[in-house]
Design a protein around this ligand. Structure first.
Ligand code: 13P
Length: 254
């Protein structure tokens, strides 16, 4: 078994570099001591370099929240996979629902996934339904998202891929609640089935799947033990170092 992967998605927080440094330094203190956890903190781009310079060792890395699919050129406001790789960034989140809400299409998610994988980055590909309907149509939605995102992605590039299952209804302050570990477990089976159809069974079984959506110190362990996932993608709770440290420690327990 590989390490448990805990990814902090800070989203558009905090407001200052000073605060960002404080949160990262605190988080790193705990993360560095854990043998069974790979931690990755994804801050806003403007803090990436500065926080990267605070990294020591490999247990707590800096990642990015997004990437553009072209390599360089006239693309105002964008940052390419090659730039991230050259800056020493190893993980990038792609297809987060908050980007999709503001117009990121399946086609763009696909291009970003391919570009980042080709550059050798670990891609944390986010999928998840807006609603969990009682007829289970949400499975079709997840299938479509996955199939679109992985169009043209050859098997030899998938060893750096991670899938994050983030049901949109479970994300953020307005969320009804987190998913249940049983609900997530069912979805991971479904995701693995799609991967097995598309690639093969071994690849599908080995693919790290993460759960995200209202993860906190109380439910983190349940998802890791009963949710069929190998890691967590944490939003709000990752901004409070003491809280996030509890999640990291729960993940480290054998
Ligand atoms: P919350 O943990 O704040 O619900 O956010 C989840 C998320 O979107 C992580 O990418």
């Amino acid at each position: 078994m590989g390490k448990v992967i805990i990814i902090a998605n800070w989203k558009m927080n905090p407001l200052s570099l000073t605060e960002a440094k404080r949160i990262f330094t605190d988080t790193k203190k705990t993360a560095q001591t854990l043998r069974n956890v790979q931690s990755v903190v994804c801050p806003p781009f403007i803090y990436v370099n500065e926080l990267k310079s605070l990294v020591s060792g490999r247990r707590c890395l800096i990642g990015a929240q997004d990437v553009f699919f072209e390599r360089n050129g006239a693309y105002t406001g964008e940052i390419s996979a090659a730039m991230l790789a050259k800056a020493g960034i190893k993980y990038v989140i792609v297809g987060h629902s908050e980007k999709r809400t503001f117009g990121e299409t399946d086609e763009v998610v696909n291009k970003k996934t391919l570009a980042a994988l080709k550059e050798g980055l670990h891609v944390v590909l986010c999928v998840g339904e807006r609603e969990r309907d009682e007829h289970a149509l949400y499975f079709d939605f997840i299938r479509r998202e996955l199939e679109h995102a992985l169009k043209g992605v050859p098997k030899n590039l998938t060893h750096k891929l991670l899938i994050a299952y983030e049901p949109i209804w479970a994300i953020g302050r307005e969320a009804k609640s987190a998913d249940t570990p049983a609900g997530t477990f069912e979805t991971t089976l479904f995701i693995r089935k799609i991967l097995a159809e598309r690639y093969d069974k071994k690849m599908a079984m080995n693919m790290p799947i993460l759960y995200g959506g209202s993860v906190n110190k109380k439910n983190a362990r349940e998802f890791l033990v009963h949710g069929g996932v190998q890691g967590l993608l944490v939003g709000r709770a990752s901004l409070t170092p003491a809280h996030f440290a509890e999640i990291l420690k729960e993940a480290d327990r054998p």
